[in-house]
Each structure stands twice: as C-alpha cells, then as structure tokens.
Design a protein around this ligand. Structure first.
Ligand code: MTE
Ligand code: MO
Length: 207
C-alpha cells in the first residue's frame, strides 16, 4: 500500500500513534457548503504552463477519466480508516490537462469558504493522489466532501480538502489553513509530522 513495511503482508499497518477507526466519522472545520451546480467550477490557476486559467464545469469535471485508489485515511487526531476505496480523477490527469509551468514547485488546493492546503508538487504528482468523487462506488455525501475532495493517501488527511474548487500552482511554498495554525507543513504520518514545531529547516516556510 505504498508505505515501507507493508509490502507482502497484504495488510496495511497503522502509522505510529494512530488507532483504527471503524465506521466513517465526519471531521472538518466550519459548516458543510451547499452545492450549487450552476456556480460550481473547478479552476486551475497560478503558474500554469501557458499562463492561462483552466476551468471545468461540474459536468465537464464529472466526465474526466475515472480511476479508483484503495488507501488509508489518517487523521492527525489519531484515528485511521484502513482500506478505503476512492474513485475519481487522478491529480496526474489534472496535471496533464492543465500543465504547470516548469518553475511550479508546490500547489495550494483551494476549497469552499477559503479552506486550503499546500502540497509539494511531488506529493500532488503522486500516482495515488486523487480528486475523489466516490467512495466504495457511491457518490460522496455532502458532509464527506461532495462533489470533490482531494485524497493524498501518504499524508495526514487535513492535506486533503473536502469541497475542492481549485488548484493553484505555486513557484514557492506557502502555508494553507491548518499549516498556518500549528500543523506540520509536510504532514507525513509515517514520520509523525503532526505539528509545525517539529519542522526541520527546509520543511516549511518561516512561521
Ligand atoms: N474543506 C475542508 N476539508 C477538510 C477538512 C476541513 O476542515 N475542511 N478537514 C480535514 C481533516 S482534518 C480530515 S481528518 C478529513 C476528514 O474527512 P471525513 O470527514 O470525510 O472523514 O477531511 C479533511 N478535509
Ligand atoms: Mo483530521
């Protein structure tokens, strides 16, 4: 499942300090946004290769190639859900259709109400990073991020905004919502990168 030590066991292991959660709790800050299809668009902007914005309506986004990824979700509050089947549009598809400029090193993923999370381009451009529209073959519910949420299986789950509306390609790193509020800039659960005070030089912009 893409992390050291799990190969060949057929079973995901829990990262340090995590416990297994059965069922699917709802965890987020703020209210659940209402989906308005006529106003919704998925926007890629910032340091794009051609300098233009790329926008998809909900209908267009829903028609992009669909793939599934089975992955674990690790919340920094210490619960993990194992073996979740997500379906949706791979981040790599977005990178192909709306390519970044060569100088783009990071992305900011933007969601409703200005929620955001920053990622290194290498984390965004990972084979298992997915803009999920479905879980276990069913459309996401409103509280779990309908119509689109990001899933970055190898990072803590706050790095995957629900209700995503866009991606900003950046030529330098900048902190997102939780990264500005004390959470680690990288957020690797296997290294227990929970809080910003744990950051080593080079792991995040000055606080
Ligand atoms: N827009 C938005 N997305 C968010 C959050 C949030 O506060 N706002 N919280 C994150 C956190 S901390 C977790 S653990 C997961 C929880 O997803 P779930 O509610 O579907 O279990 O959503 C992530 N995505
Ligand atoms: Mo979380």
């Amino acid at each position: 499942m893409g992390h050291p030590g799990s190969e060949g066991t057929g079973h995901a292991q829990l990262p340090p300090g995590q416990r297994r959660q059965r069922g699917w709790p709802v965890t987020h800050y703020g209210p659940v946004p209402r989906f308005r299809p006529d106003r919704w668009e998925f926007r890629v902007f910032g340091a794009t290769a051609d300098g233009d914005k790329h926008c998809w309506t909900h209908e267009e986004f829903s028609a992009l190639p669909y793939e599934t990824v089975t992955a674990d979700l690790h919340c920094v509050t210490k619960f993990s859900m194992l073996d979740v089947e997500w379906g949706g549009v791979p981040a790599r598809t977005v990178l192909e259709l709306a390519p970044p400029a060569p100088e783009a090193t990071h992305v900011m993923v933007w969601a409703e109400y200005g929620f955001s999370s920053n990622l290194r381009m290498s984390d965004f451009d990972s084979g298992s990073t997915l803009f999920a529209t479905h879980r276990a073959g069913e459309l996401l519910t409103a509280e779990h991020g309908f119509p689109v949420r990001l899933v970055v299986p190898h990072l803590y789950a706050w790095k995957g905004p629900k209700w995503v509306r866009g991606v900003e390609y950046m030529t330098a790193d900048r902190r997102g919502f939780w990264e500005e509020r004390g959470y680690h800039n990288v957020g690797d659960p296997w290294r227990e990168q929970r809080y910003s005070y744990q950051e080593e030089p080079g792991e995040g912009p000055e606080l």
